[in-house]
Design a protein around this ligand. Structure first.
Ligand SMILES: Nc1ncnc2c1ncn2[C@@H]1O[C@H](COP(=O)(O)OP(=O)(O)OP(=O)(O)O)[C@@H](O)[C@H]1O
Length: 989
């Protein structure tokens, strides 16, 4: 192949090699080499490097230019490319052998500018270590003005870019300046003063710094903080893989991805962006996942491609009140280099693709992400959030890979625009729960017992998909499991138990029986509640000693274990505290809302409207850090607060609903007047009803001829969960009686088993049957089981891509058979095998009004098809049957064809991608010939040859009812396709 063709054909690959690091260095280095060889002219160079243009565009221009220049340019380009690939180090600068000869030097005098070009790559590599010295010399010798120097020193340029700019300037000044510079460099080389050697110093200091960073990260990440209150648990002993998925459908990736794919290339949707978002609900394990990545990097067990990893916590960044430069942020908040800060910082700027930053909990930052304030200069001071946003966008330190975590509710469209990819963390899978429980209990008999009792309480098992709840359930297994009647059902129940567990742990000798903590510990609970509430309303999750004093928190309160000391790599900060987990802070805040007499009456309505609660009287006494911050940036806080605080306000409101349920009413009566509790309960009920009504009113009227459909808006699932926490059927009934829709769509809404429990609790009160569409969630078998109570009110159920297995289907079908309204089911992309086809066969046999069965992209083989055929043979209602993407083969097709003989209802049949071959096609031709209802048959991608198509053509001649048979991508030659398409227009190739 000609080299020119190679450059064209491999364009994408070459672009990736040149640009994937995010650094402009490879493109600039290749251009240097081509310039030095005279392959590129100065005009070419300027057309390639247009400042402010995206890196990929510059690289594309470079490729266009060399391609148009022809074969030899392309050859040199590829050679240059080879040189700049990471394993090849750039050659050191060397003068031509004859350079030291004064006569020859004289001869060469008129080519000094030329030398700057021909030696450009090595000059850049040398000069980048001594730009300041060279500028100084050029200034003193009056070759340069101070304006020239300032232009070159612009801090947004990396040292190698400064070197290039210096060379360009010198060329523009002419021969004398060029000669001066070359002599300056030569003298420096000879005397050893030019900092080629400095590279070694940097690397020694660099290695020291790297070691310091690794060891502090390792120390910080080896224990899990949730265990701080009760026991220490090392991350190694307890870490269990969560379920990670790409947010965007990616053709090459099916199912879950691994830890390494977070920073890897898999699923990249925007090559220009460097930020990867890991989003997940409260307690889904985002911080723990980052902690794991940090630990693995610190031990050199993963992320080896990154030489430095800087971890940031947005929670901690909130407390940074001063404006900082990026350099200060980096070293003060992560790890302080004991020496040679500048060299280390230069290295970071010069090698962005070797650096990784992590930002935990973007949702906890006071400001929501915005791209309004641009900042490019790493030494310019700015508020911390401005630095952070510019890093995420890549205007600051382009090329550094960033991993950011956030709750999904706080991810805005502006942030999405800046993402390389989004990864969803969906908590534990069923086997993850199993694994976690076994790790948590070192005694295997205890672990087995816990798991066994979990499987008898599927509501609790559903909760365990959330790692934080799995941790609580495991800690409190004695209290939570095996209590038979009245066993915990809600998240509030589970948190009440863990709180009780902590109190019990605190005073093991005081009481042999159950502790009534709400009596014995009311005062500490109120103090902790006040601190938690104030924190939630002011987006404050870290508390100083002063904050603790404001709420009169005592040492004894601290010893209860709910507040733990913050981990911090910063060298400058004094001791700080945070709640064991932010959900625990929400819980204590909710207890405070229920019990406190100090809050005004508008607190609950405001909490449910998710309004910023700043105006409440409490706010005035709020924390030092938050108040100070407010003074700094009151306007932006006002504007942004609602968006960013919502997830934790929602969580607090959910707990408040649970705590005010009738079941827990008695807990509070000893410390609050019944009238106050009743008033608060009424307020919550009213807020929930109003919230639902508002939601229903927003449903658009259906277009004429279409059914009324509702796509759940953000907040709908939360309201439903609050109603569930209240365990109040009357509210559910009241809300649902007003919902008049035919179709309820909750796709991509993070619906897991917990949400299914709440949905079923509420939806069972609907007046009229609905289609329930839950595609692309994490319902799983446990979620399916939770949905059973509302099956009688579903006419159709869509569960595409939900990790459902035969086990879930078995329970679902057993229930659906008894549900008169149930007519349709879609289960594409799950984990079904032949084992579930017996259940579907039973469904088809029993329900003679069942209309649609879609089982595409599962693992059903000929055996499964035979089972289905049994059901089909007696069924008199099915219109749509979809088995696309299974592997039923010719035997399966024959079984189905035989069962469909004489069928008068089937309108649509899809067997796409099932390997049925010509034998299968011929068997189906009998159906095509005789079936009176069939309109569409899909046989795309089935290895069918001419023989099979001939059978179908023959059959079509007897049946005018059939509208189309799809036959794309089968084993047919082009001429055959053309000829057969002419003979029968209903064949679609
Ligand atoms: N992968 C895991 N292996 C073992 N335990 C885990 C894992 N993930 C989470 N946990 C448990 O759940 C707790 C909460 O997890 P984590 O704080 O990481 O969640 P999060 O998603 O960051 O929550 P939030 O959004 O509320 O900050 C952890 O402290 C730990 O006890």
């Amino acid at each position: 192949m000609r080299v020119q063709d190679l450059v064209l054909n491999q364009r994408t690959e070459i672009l990736r090699v040149l640009c994937s690091s995010g650094s402009a260095e490879p493109v600039e280095h290749v251009t240097d080499i081509l310039l030095s060889q005279g392959e590129l002219t100065w005009e070419d160079y300027q057309s390639i490097h247009v400042s402010g243009r995206p890196l990929y565009t510059n690289a594309r221009q470079l490729l266009d230019v060399v391609y148009l220049k022809g074969e030899s340019s392309c050859g040199l380009f590829l050679e240059a490319l080879k040189k700049v690939l990471p394993e090849e180090q750039p050659a050191g600068f060397s003068f031509p052998d004859h350079w030291s000869d004064p006569e020859v030097r004289e001869e060469c005098q008129n080519t000094f500018c030329q030398t700057l070009l021909t030696q450009r790559p090595s000059l850049v590599s040398t000069l980048q270590h001594c730009v300041d010295g060279a500028l100084e010399a050029l200034l003193t010798s009056a070759h340069f003005t101070s304006a020239d120097c300032e232009g070159i020193r612009l801090p947004l340029r990396t040292p190698s870019q400064q070197a290039r700019c210096l060379l360009d300037h010198v060329r523009a000044k002419g021969e004398a300046a060029a000669k001066f510079l070359l002599e300056y460099i030569q003298q420096g080389e000879e005397s050893g003063s030019i900092l080629n050697k400095k590279t070694q110093t940097v690397s020694r200091e660099f290695l020291k710094f790297q070691k310091k960073l690794r060891s502090s990260l390792s120390a910080q990440s080896c224990f899990l903080s949730t265990y701080g209150g009760t026991s220490h648990m090392s991350l190694d002993d307890i870490y269990t893989d969560g379920q990670l998925e790409l947010a965007e459908v990616c053709p090459d990736v099916h199912g879950p991805i691994g830890l390494k794919d977070i920073t890897g290339e898999v699923g990249t949707i925007n090559e220009e962006a460097d930020t990867v978002l890991v989003s997940g609900e409260a307690g889904s394990g985002k911080s723990t996942l980052l902690q794991r990545l940090h630990l693995l990097w610190a031990r050199e067990a993963a992320l080896l491609e990154y030489l430095l990893l800087f971890p940031f916590s947005c929670r901690r960044l909130n407390t940074e009140l001063s404006e900082l430069s990026f350099k200060e942020l980096l070293f003060q908040h992560c790890c302080w280099p004991d020496r040679d800060q500048d060299e280390i910082f230069d290295f970071i700027q010069d090698h962005p693709h070797l650096i990784l930053f992590t930002f935990d909990g973007l949702d906890e930052l006071k400001q929501s992400f915005s791209d309004e304030h641009r900042l490019c200069c790493p030494t310019q001071r700015a508020p911390v959030h401005v630095l952070l946003f510019n890093l995420i966008q890549g205007s600051l330190l382009k090329g550094v890979r960033k991993v950011v975590t956030s709750r999904p509710g706080a991810v805005t469209p502006v942030l999405k625009k800046n993402l390389r990819k989004e990864v969803l963390l969906k908590g534990f899978s069923p086997s993850g729960i199993d694994c976690f429980v076994r790790k948590h209990h070192s005694d295997p008999t205890v672990a087995a017992k816990v798991l066994q009792s979990l499987h008898t309480n599927t509501t609790l098992l559903g909760l365990c998909h959330s790692p934080v709840l799995c941790w609580i359930v495991s800690c409190c297994h004695k209290e939570l499991l095996g209590c038979g009647e009245g066993s915990p059902q809600t998240i509030t129940d589970v948190y009440l138990t863990i709180v009780e567990h902590f109190f019990q742990h605190h005073s093991p000798l005081r009481s042999t029986g159950k502790i009534s903590w709400h009596r014995e510990y009311l005062d500490p609970v109120l103090r902790l509640g006040q601190l938690a509430f104030k924190g939630i309303v002011s987006t404050c999750y870290i508390f100083s000693d002063k904050d603790l004093d404001t709420c009169a928190i005592t040492k004894e309160d601290l010893s209860l274990g709910f507040l733990i000391q913050s981990k911090d790599l910063s060298v400058f900060r004094s001791k700080c505290y945070e709640f064991l987990h932010v959900t625990m802070q929400c819980f204590f805040a909710a207890v405070y809302v229920v019990v406190s007499k100090d809050l005004d009456r508008s607190t609950i309505p405001k909490l449910f409207e998710l309004k910023n609660l700043k105006e409440t009287s409490l706010r005035t006494a709020c924390f030092s850090a938050c108040l100070l911050y407010q003074q700094v940036d009151e306007r932006s806080l006002d504007k942004d607060a609602t968006a960013v605080e919502t997830p934790n306000l929602q969580m607090t409101a959910t707990f408040a609903s649970g705590l005010l349920s009738q079941r827990h009413r008695s807990l509070w009566l000893h410390c609050c007047p019944a009238t106050a509790i009743d008033r608060k309960t009424r307020q919550v009920s009213k807020c929930l009803s109003k919230g639902m009504q508002k939601h229903f009113k927003s449903i658009p009227q259906p277009v004429a001829g279409e059914k009324k459909s509702m796509h759940a808006m953000p907040g709908f699932v939360w309201l439903i969960k609050c109603i569930y926490e209240m365990q109040e059927c009357s509210i559910a009934k009241d809300a649902m009686s007003k919902l008049e829709v035919d179709h309820l769509k909750l796709t991509y809404c993070n619906i897991g088993p917990v949400e299914c429990t709440a949905l079923a609790f509420v939806l069972q009160h609907l007046n009229n049957p609905v289609g329930l569409q839950l595609d692309n969630n994490t319902v799983g078998d446990v979620g399916v089981e939770q949905l059973l109570p509302c099956m009688h009110i579903c006419h159709s159920l869509y569960l595409r891509n939900n990790n459902i297995t035969d086990e879930g289907i078995h329970k679902l079908i057993a229930k659906s058979i008894q549900c008169d309204n149930f007519h349709k089911i879609a289960l594409f992309n799950n984990r079904l095998t032949d084992a579930c086809t017996q259940d579907f066969s039973l469904l088809l046999k029993t329900k003679q009004d069942f209309i649609s069965l879609r089982l595409g992209n599962n693992n059903i083989t000929a055996e499964g098809a035979k089972q289905l055929a049994e059901g089909l043979r007696v069924n008199k209602s099915l219109k749509f049957l979809g088995l696309w993407g299974n592997s039923i083969g010719d035997a399966g097709a024959e079984a189905l064809a035989s069962a469909l003989e004489g069928n008068t209802t089937l309108v649509w049949l899809s067997l796409v991608g099932n390997g049925i071959g010509s034998a299968g096609a011929c068997a189906l031709s009998k159906v095509v010939k005789n079936n009176v209802s069939l309109e569409e048959l899909w046989l795309t991608e089935n290895c069918i040859t001419r023989m099979g198509v001939e059978c179908l053509i023959e059959a079509l001649q007897h049946n005018a009812n059939v509208k189309s048979i799809w036959l794309r991508n089968n084993d047919l030659r082009l001429e055959e396709v053309e000829e057969m398409a002419q003979r029968e227009s209903r064949l679609l190739f």
